[in-house]
Design a protein around this ligand. Structure first.
Ligand code: 13P
Length: 248
């Protein structure tokens, strides 16, 4: 049985008020995670002490130490007990030019340390318009998950079509479901049916309290990775509440 996960990726921002989020996580049968910027991790961990909200990181380096100015070691995250980490977000891929190969190294490192990586995949607008969305996502999954043998249960996938991120253009529930079902099929080719049927696949891209319900109703959509709408505590709490209702 897959449980709904509502996750907030704050990007280079901070939430206005975390309290409603902690309360909603307490009151609803749903998993909740937030991903603050690195420098705020410790503060948010402290503010959420005793709550059910998991605090994760937005990125990490694939090495544990070395001459990598500006980078963050997975070991530093583990020292703070941060185990969830977003890998290969579209902004990392497209703005910071992270390659599939780099993302694969990060996935392998995270899993070797028994962390919980959230691998983001998604096509660009031009790939969708030229009917290459499936092959693009297939390729990202093949490279991102290739060669991985351990801790498969720790892996979470987030399908985030690049054209839907920060644009207000959410994928329709049917289009999203089509891709989620395709992704699950690809996971089953890579890891087998059992692993695929248990793996959480989140949708991300302009999710808000109005559209989340219809997305979560779909069979293969197991939660949401929310950007903009996770920055207002009240709004994000509402999304968590809707997630809890869908879970039952
Ligand atoms: P928005 O919800 O702001 O579109 O961002 C989605 C996202 O990138 C989450 O990782």
């Amino acid at each position: 049985m897959r449980r709904i996960l509502i996750a907030g990726n704050w990007k280079m921002n901070v939430i206005d008020n975390i309290l409603p989020v902690a309360r909603a996580a307490e009151e609803n049968r749903v998993d909740v995670a937030v991903f603050p910027p690195f420098v705020y991790l410790e503060r948010i961990i402290n503010e959420l002490k005793g709550s059910k909200v998991v605090v994760g990181a937005q990125n990490m380096h694939h090495q544990e130490s070395g001459p990598y100015t500006g980078e963050t070691s997975p070991k530093f995250l583990l020292e703070m007990n941060v185990k969830h980490v977003i890998i290969g977000h579209s902004e990392r891929r497209h703005v910071f030019k992270e390659s599939d190969e780099e993302i694969s190294l990060k996935m392998k490192k995270a899993l070797s340390l028994n962390m919980n990586p959230i691998l983001c995949v998604g096509e660009t607008e031009s790939e969708r318009l030229s009917n290459k969305h499936k092959s693009s996502v297939e390729n990202q999954l093949k490279i991102g998950l290739g060669g991985i043998e351990n801790n498969l249960k720790n892996i979470i996938i987030a399908y985030e079509p690049v054209w839907a991120i920060g644009t207000g253009n959410t994928a329709t529930p049917n289009d999203a479901e089509e891709m989620h079902s395709f992704i699950r099929e690809q996971i089953s080719y890579i890891f087998g049916r059992n692993v695929a049927s248990e793996m959480i696949v989140l949708y991300g891209g302009s999710v808000n309290e109005e559209n989340v319900k219809d997305l979560l109703r779909k069979d293969n959509i197991d939660g949401a990775l929310v950007g903009g709408a996770s920055l207002k505590g009240d709004k994000f709490a509402k999304i968590i509440e809707i997630g809890g209702k869908t879970n039952i």
